[in-house]
Unconditional design. Structure first.
Length: 371
């Protein structure tokens, strides 16, 4: 299978309702992470690095931030003559409630595209995967449908996760919806929403589902077990599915681990993002920074430990930040004390303020707030 014969299709608003704090003014895919990235950077980069040259992003609401970030797709090498990046807003101003309805109402766009296959992905997943391996697996197994899964504990925001019983050859024997979980650390073969399927087969099944009012994609996949050859490809690398504010916090803290950074930011498969030209960050005489990620354009005069600091952040003298995520252009005053705090963009924390959360319950400060 040629990678340029695959249409990339990303659902940007996956689980928006599970992260209301971060997704109130933006869609899940455009949530800032890791200091200078957005969640969607990973899947767009994965697709571009794998040779997929035509990508559609399904937007639901609050997608101004998404449009501003991805632009024409030039950062991801998707704005050339034979490549394309499209934002697909709600049809006639109406956001569809289900995956099936959305695909059905996007049929004009999908069928107009020249590609024979569709790779469907979710906007809340952070991983660095080579999709050409998935294409080769799909072709070798002569599969009708290939699901990508991760063997891990189900993230807490998934109310009805899809899990798989997979044999040694990768063939899917059973598809389960919402398995009974006794141990929260128990691992399952979690199909997190990435699907490779032939375009004609996808549209045929979607039309049949609409005709019988079967709008649940989980049941649609289960009913396909007897009709189609369904295989599963295991993502053995690092994979985070952001489904709650805790997932978001834990992922950013994971970036402090060198092995996680080395895997996610593999120079052979780089992660691209929109570039903002800032001066290098400046560290004052009273600064002390340990085990933190600091983006460009910052001024650090206080103490920072185990933190992710985005572009253009100011930290005043005497300030102490531990285990915090600070988004861009936030101003943190002198002699503040912040621990386990997530601070959105353009926030002002005045002098002498103290805020403390916990690793399982970080405090969130909304965008443009003044504390």
């Amino acid at each position: 299978m040629r990678s340029n014969n695959v249409l990339g299709f990303i659902f940007a608003a996956t689980l928006d309702d599970k992260i209301p704090e971060l997704a109130s003014s933006r869609t899940t895919a455009s949530i800032p992470i890791g200091g200078k990235y957005r969640i969607i950077d990973f899947d767009l980069s994965n697709m571009s690095n794998s040779g997929i040259s035509n990508v559609g992003i399904v937007a639901k609401s609050n997608f101004q931030s998404l449009m501003d970030h991805v632009g024409s797709g030039s950062a991801y090498d998707l704005s050339k003559r034979r490549s394309n990046l499209s934002i697909l807003p709600p049809y006639d101003g109406k956001a569809f409630a289900s995956f099936v309805e959305t695909i059905y109402n996007m049929h004009g766009y999908i069928e107009h595209c020249r590609e024979e296959y569709v790779l469907i992905s979710q906007g809340n997943v952070i991983t660095n995967i080579d999709y050409t391996d998935v294409f080769d697996f799909h072709t070798k197994k002569k599969a009708d449908i290939t699901l990508i899964y991760k063997n891990h504990a189900i993230p807490q925001g998934y109310d009805r996760p899809i899990t798989l019983d997979v044999d040694d050859d990768g063939k899917v024997n059973q598809i389960f919806v919402k398995p009974g979980v006794v141990d929260k650390e128990a691992k399952f073969n979690h199909a997190y929403g990435s699907i490779l399927i032939k375009k004609d087969l996808l549209m045929s099944e979607i039309r049949n589902a609409i005709s019988v009012n079967q709008l649940d994609v989980r049941r649609l996949l289960q009913s396909g077990l007897g009709k189609y050859s369904i295989y599963a490809y295991e993502n053995k690398g690092y994979c985070a599915a952001i489904s709650s504010i805790n997932d978001y916090f834990e992922f950013n803290m994971d970036l402090m681990k060198k092995e996680v950074r080395d895997e996610l930011f593999n120079p052979q498969r780089p992660i691209y993002t929109k570039v903002r030209d800032d001066a290098p960050s400046r560290y004052g005489l009273t600064s002390n920074v340990k085990n933190s990620i600091i983006a460009q354009g910052c001024v650090i005069n206080g103490e920072v430990e185990n933190c992710v600091i985005s572009k253009g952040v100011y930290v005043g003298e005497g300030a102490k930040l531990s285990n915090c995520i600070v988004m861009q252009d936030t101003k943190i005053g002198c002699n503040t004390n912040l621990n386990y705090v997530i601070i959105d963009k353009d926030v002002t924390i005045k002098d002498g303020r103290s805020l403390m959360g916990y690793d399982s319950y970080p405090i969130y400060i909304a965008k443009k707030s003044v504390v």
